[in-house]
Each structure stands twice: as structure tokens, then as C-alpha cells.
Design a protein around this ligand. Structure first.
Ligand SMILES: [Zn+2]
Length: 333
């Protein structure tokens, strides 16, 4: 998903209160406030979300009309993405390949197409889906098949894709259940969906609270934990095959060291991409340090990102995939 780089005046949009997307409960408590907007936490399942949301149509029009990812130029973004490709994407593709044969892969919110490019290079028949026009153009320029638009208007065939991926997209969605149902429909039985979302129960939140860069109420409508994410995907019929939390971001450490006064400028993607441009060696060192910092974060489920790999059952007759009565008996932590 292409992220916006400046604040929106949400007062111009009509909002409506939504229940918890994980368990459906209306009972909630105040969690935190930022930029004049409140996150609440569900009293039943502890999910953290924005309760007063704009309509899906307004949200799409906001994204369609906004500037691209952190104002970074296309070349810098692409170079950064290719560096990530070598360090991250090949591993992610390998993990997906553990559960399903190579075939059609859909990367929803593909941004400049770098992951889809890596998937193509790795032998997948990759297709990207992206709202933002300039990102679509960049992806196409790098030989990636990409459709400009959103998932629900595509009418993909049933049981078609072997894999669907969503990197830093799912937390943006106002209707995550509807998206999971659509992904379930278009995945073949045994097909895999892999995603990455910020982890609200992470070291980033503990260090910085609302100043943590992932607390972005205008665009991050749902802030998941490993518990609430697995609860949600299971209630939509998926099996959780792999879930891990990884990474503490340089921007988080830097903001914590510098203190509160500079925290509001904390911007992970921009700072890391800037480092990638200025000093590739330092960038490699940074990624190397992950080998030291990640084991304790994995053990304590406190990494800043949740990577989750879920699978549509091969035999879908076993139970109704959308049986929401199962939800609260399926807490995993
Ligand atoms: Zn809930």
C-alpha cells in the first residue's frame, strides 16, 4: 500500500462508529489519542482500532488523491526495495513455497512492484494491485504486471490464486473481514495468504507509546497483536501456518534516544531509505544487527512487525469458514 505523507483534515468527512472487527463487540475503552483521533480497545478481545471511521468510498478517494510514499523519489524507492528484496522477499517467498506450489500470486497494495518483481524472478506468475498511479507506472516500468484499482472491483475467478500477499496493507483497511472473505474466495484450496502488519503489543509501543510511528490514526485503522490477528483470520476460515514478530526499527531507537521532542518526526521508511542511499554499507550492517536483536523479540512476541502466513483449508467441507461463534474460543495467547 502506498502511504500518504501528510495529514488529512478528517473533519470534512462524515464518520460512523464501527464495532470491533475481530469479535463484533461494541464494548470499548479509550486506548490512546493522536492527531485529534482516538484509538479504542475492545473490552472483549483487546483489539485496538479507530471506532469513528470514514466510509470506504471516502477512504479510497483520500488514498487516490494523495501524494506517494513519504515523498521519496522513484529511483530511491526502487533501490531500497531491491535491497529489501534480497534480504527479505526471497525468504518470504520461500516460506510461502513451503505450503503451496508456485503459480498465480497476487500482491495487493504492491506499491512500486518490488515484491511482485522478486516473485516473478523467483518463478511465480505474479500480479500486482495498486491504487496509486505513479507507483503503478513504476511497477510497469520494471516489467511487473499490475492493475490499478482495489480488490473488490476486480472480479477475480474463484479458487484461482496459489498465493496472495499484503505487505503493510491490512492495517489500513476499514473492512478487513470483507477483504479476508474475498481472499478466501479467490485462493485455491490450500492456497496461502501472507501478510505483515504493525504489532501494537511491540517494543515500539512500549518505548514510545502514541509517538511510535505505527500509531497513525488517519491511515492505520486497526492495530493488531498476534492474538487479535490470528483470531480474525481464523474466524474467516483460515489456518494460521506461521506467525512471528520481528524487528525494532532504527527510527524507534533514534526517537527513544532523542526524547519526546523529536519523536513526532520519526519516520521509519524515510530514514531507512535515506540511509540506503547515503551508505549501503551501514544499511547492510543495520540489517545484520537484526540477527542479534530478533531472537529476543521473537521469543517475547514483541517485534514491531507481525509476519503471518495463513492457509485456506484444502478440504473446505470440514466446517463453515465464516462461523463467527468460534471466535472467542480461539484465543491463542
Ligand atoms: Zn473485539
Amino acid at each position: 500500500m502506498t502511504e500518504i505523507s501528510h495529514k488529512i483534515d478528517y473533519t470534512q468527512f462524515k464518520t460512523h462508529a464501527v464495532p470491533c472487527c475481530v469479535c463484533g463487540s461494541e464494548k470499548h475503552e479509550f486506548f490512546c489519542t493522536k492527531d485529534g483521533m482516538d484509538y479504542v480497545t475492545c473490552c472483549q478481545c483487546s483489539h485496538v482500532y479507530i471506532r469513528n471511521q470514514v466510509s470506504e468510498t471516502d477512504l479510497l478517494s483520500i488514498y487516490s488523491s494523495r501524494k506517494s510514499h513519504h515523498n521519496l523519489n522513484d529511483k530511491l524507492k526502487w533501490d531500497f526495495s531491491r535491497m529489501k528484496a534480497k534480504l527479505y522477499y526471497d525468504k518470504l517467498l520461500k516460506r510461502i513455497g513451503k505450503y503451496v506450489d508456485q503459480g498465480p500470486l497476487l500482491d495487493i497494495g504492491c506499491s512500486n512492484g518490488s515484491f511482485a518483481r522478486a516473485a516473478l524472478d523467483g518463478g511465480w506468475d505474479a500480479l500486482g494491485l495498486e491504487l496509486e498511479e505513479s507507483s503503478v507506472a513504476t511497477a510497469k516500468a520494471h516489467g511487473v504486471k499490475v492493475i490499478q484499482g482495489e480488490l473488490h472491483s476486480q472480479s477475480f475467478p474463484d479458487n484461482h490464486f496459489h498465493a496472495v500477499t499484503m505487505w503493510n496493507l491490512f492495517e489500513h483497511l476499514s473492512e478487513p473481514n470483507a477483504t479476508l472473505k474475498e481472499i478466501y474466495r479467490i485462493l485455491k484450496p490450500g492456497g496461502v495468504c501472507a501478510m505483515c502488519v504493525p504489532n501494537i503489543r511491540s517494543i515500539g509501543w512500549w518505548m514510545l507509546g502514541p509517538d511510535w510511528h505505527s500509531v497513525e490514526p488517519q491511515i492505520h485503522l486497526n492495530l493488531f497483536s498476534t492474538k487479535t490477528l490470528s483470531l480474525l483470520v481464523r474466524s474467516n476460515g483460515f489456518h494460521v501456518r506461521h506467525q512471528v514478530t520481528l524487528d525494532i526499527k532504527p527510527a524507534t531507537i533514534s526517537a527513544w534516544i532523542k526524547g519526546k521532542s523529536s519523536r513526532k518526526t520519526s519516520n521509519h521508511a524515510a530514514s531507512v531509505a535515506g540511509l540506503a542511499q547515503k551508505s549501503p554499507a551501514k544499511m547492510r550492517l543495520l540489517f545484520g544487527l537484526r540477527q542479534i536483536t530478533n531472537p529476543p523479540l521473537i521469543l517475547t512476541h514483541s517485534g514491531e512487525d507481525i509476519f503471518c502466513t495463513i492457509q485456506k483449508p484444502k478440504d473446505k467441507t470440514k466446517r463453515n469458514p465464516f462461523d463467527k461463534k468460534l471466535r472467542c474460543s480461539r484465543l491463542v495467547m
